[in-house]
Design a protein around this ligand. Structure first.
Ligand code: DAK
Length: 257
């Protein structure tokens, strides 16, 4: 399942997709995004996989969308390009997706990381939305997800003034889950993914949906959705198994049913 720009591997119940365009600091062109999304969708369809990891390399997760490919674009060419469709595909992945970030996560690279469900960062990671230096602004969620994550004041500095966040700053402001030494970031992300992948799959899927809904809905609608999903889980074999295992003091054996 290895393509030109994306290397894939399966580690236990975790599917790992690595962006592999090192000479361009993993700049995201349409082909990179298309291959990445296809890899993620294949993992999502595979019952043996419970959690996904997207990573780059030590120097760059991704330094943004491909500036050279965008330089001559027009509004109509952007509208007609399939680039946007590729980004939309990520939102349809039902399993948890963890970004394992080292080095540059800039522009579209930062937006890609923020579109994942969690971020594990190496100490060398840098997050930023430097599009303003190119005479444009973020176009794949940077103004929205960054603002929700770090708040308006800091988001304004990042988006309007090209401020980068170090890994520790990103953690301090709630953008990333954990920061680890460079040599451990991928291992740590896979370990976290492995732990999630061992849990009841249907509950994981619905829980991800409910948390994400917190960013899309008002509180009452979110609470209503949460309750309906909670009730729905009582139709699963895994709910019976999980509660029986607790009562009988044994580990649960999930079926994903
Ligand atoms: N695009 C294309 N090539 C890139 C690139 C990028 N974003 N970033 C780096 N490269 C290339 C460089 O051109 C260079 O290639 P050669 O010259 O060797 O051929 C190579 O990677 C190494 O880069 P540098 O020589 O510049 O390395 P340095 O260590 O000196 O600097 C840097 C590293 C990350 C600070 C610097 O490369 C840099 O500033 N890169 C650009 C960062 C940036 O501005 N990113 C934002 C791009 S705009 C959308 C979806 C996505 C987007 C918008 C809309 N929709 C779905 C609507 C996203 C837009 C963006 O991301």
């Amino acid at each position: 399942m290895s393509d030109e720009y994306i290397l894939t591997r399966i580690d236990g119940r975790v599917g790992v997709a690595q962006i592999n365009r090192p000479k361009a600091l993993n700049a995201l062109n349409v082909d990179v995004m298309r291959e990445l999304m296809s890899a993620l969708e294949q993992f999502d369809d595979d019952e043996a996989i419970g959690c996904l990891v997207i990573t780059g390399n030590e120097r760059a997760f991704a330094a943004g969308a491909d500036i050279k490919a965008m330089a001559e674009a027009t509004p109509v060419s952007m509208l007609n390009s399939s680039m946007i469709d590729q980004w939309d595909r990520l939102q349809k992945i039902t399993k948890p997706v963890i970004a394992a970030v080292s080095g540059f996560a800039l522009g579209g690279g930062c937006e890609l990381a923020m579109a994942c469900d969690m971020i594990v960062a190496s100490e060398s990671a840098q997050f930023g939305q430097p599009e303003i230096n190119l005479g444009v602004m973020p176009g794949a969620g940077g103004t929205q997800r960054m603002t929700r994550a770090v708040g308006k004041a800091l988001a304004m500095e990042i988006v309007l003034n090209g401020r980068f966040l170090s890994a520790h700053e990103a953690q301090q402001y709630g953008l990333v889950n954990r920061v680890v030494p460079v040599e451990l970031y991928l291992e740590e992300a896979i370990k976290l993914a492995q732990s999630i992948a061992e849990r009841a799959p249907v509950a994981i899927r619905l829980a991800k949906e409910a948390v994400n809904a917190a960013f899309e809905t008002n509180l009452q609608s979110g609470l209503g959705l949460e309750r309906r999903l909670f009730y729905m889980l009582f139709a699963t074999a895994d709910q019976k198994e999980g509660m029986d295992a607790f009562i009988n003091k044994r580990p649960p054996a999930w079926q994903g049913q």
